[in-house]
Design a protein around this ligand. Structure first.
Ligand code: ATP
Ligand code: MG
Ligand code: FE
Length: 342
């Protein structure tokens, strides 16, 4: 089964062709970073317009790389939410109309399910069940995953997401947008230990997180008396260490609570080298194992949407035949319908 996947939930336009037999056959991606950088964050209206401009070109590219035309597809999967309403509408409209023209089904996909399943695209994928740590720009969640569509929320951030904390802290330190990767790069040049930052909710006894206090602690440092700009790398290193410590401790606690031995990490912060190092060593000591998507598939992309759509269809999902553009800008993963019997 061949599925064309379309991702437009935020500031990346991604398209891919996934074949359940042959794997990923074509991928195209355009990041709008340059477009939004001057504003210091994503401007929704600009994002929507750029998706409109890029999507036809990217669809042609992905199909060309696959050496297939749209007639060879069995379905078109698109991100229906959560995300920016206008941006989602672009992907949904293009997917639904292309599917209608080609006489194939269009399947709305949950963006976080795409992230969550993306580690299964790796060369050495984990088996179900596993614990998933989803750390993206908008979400920080621990989930027990027993199969496609079978997700139980174990804990989540009560305020900022991990990626959001990285981005906001980067801004406080004076770095450009998007801050997460820049802060991580700066942290590599710093040494930890100069600043005593909190480890929010480390000992809360549950699997929830909180990152806004950490950001405030950084604000207090940089706006306090005696702050010296040359300490920025050390502050970045201490901030990163605090986040990594909390994410690692709670992931281990989730493995312990569920009795599972596999941890899957997904979402943009999953590209963080320090987080990977921390999780690798902590899990190894406990006889567990961590699985990641390749770094390029941690942030938003079309491949994870094509893949999630294909798994859903292979699992018996029956897309609605009624024409219509279906988006859901706010859509908790816990509300995903589990396939019957699953
Ligand atoms: P969501 O998926 O929750 O809707 P999103 O799609 O914006 O949010 P992703 O694309 O998964 O999120 O990830 C983007 C986030 O990952 C940003 O907050 C970015 O700063 C962060 N990020 C990317 N690379 C790194 C890194 N190396 N270290 C830390 N954070 C990173
Ligand atoms: Mg993005
Ligand atoms: Fe995302």
């Amino acid at each position: 089964m061949k599925v064309l996947g379309i991702e437009t939930s935020c500031d990346e336009t991604g398209v891919a062709v996934y074949d359940t037999e042959a794997g990923l056959l074509g991928q195209s991606l355009h990041s709008q970073i340059d477009l939004h950088a001057v504003y210091g964050g994503v401007v929704p209206e600009l994002a929507s317009r750029d998706h409109i401009r890029r999507l036809p070109i990217l669809v042609r590219q992905a199909l060309a790389e696959a050496g297939l035309d749209i007639g060879a597809m069995d379905a078109i999967a698109y991100t229906a939410g959560p995300g920016l309403a206008g941006a989602l509408l672009v992907g949904a409209s293009v997917a639904e109309s292309m599917a209608m023209a080609a006489g194939i089904p269009a399947l709305p996909v949950h963006h976080l399910e795409g992230h969550l399943l993306s580690p299964l695209l790796a060369a050495d994928p984990p088996d179900f069940p596993f614990v998933a740590l989803l750390v993206s720009g908008g979400h920080t969640q621990l989930m027990a995953v027993t199969g496609v569509g079978a997700y139980t929320l174990l804990g989540e951030s009560l305020d900022d997401a991990a990626g959001e904390a990285f981005d906001k802290t980067a801004k406080l330190i004076g770095l450009g947008y998007p801050g997460g990767p820049q802060l991580a790069a700066l942290a590599l040049q710093g040494t930890t230990g100069r600043f005593k930052l909190p480890r929010p909710m480390l000992h809360s006894g549950d699997l929830d997180f909180s990152f806004s206090g950490l950001k405030t602690a950084v604000l207090n440092v940089v706006s306090g008396p005696g702050w010296q700009a040359e300490w920025a790398a050390d502050l970045a290193a201490d901030f990163q260490q605090a986040v990594v410590e909390v994410l690692t401790a709670k992931s281990l606690a989730a493995l312990k609570q569920t009795g599972l031995k596999s941890l899957v990490v997904a979402g943009g912060v999953g590209a963080n080298v320090q987080l990977r190092a921390g999780l690798d060593s902590a899990t190894r000591r406990r006889g567990a194992r961590v699985y990641y998507p390749e770094p390029a598939l941690c942030t938003d992309n079309g491949a994870m949407i094509a893949f999630a759509g294909a798994l859903r269809l292979a699992g018996g999902a029956r897309p609605e035949q009624a024409p219509g553009v279906r988006i859901r800008p706010r859509w908790p993963l816990a509300e995903l319908l589990t396939p019957a019997g699953g």
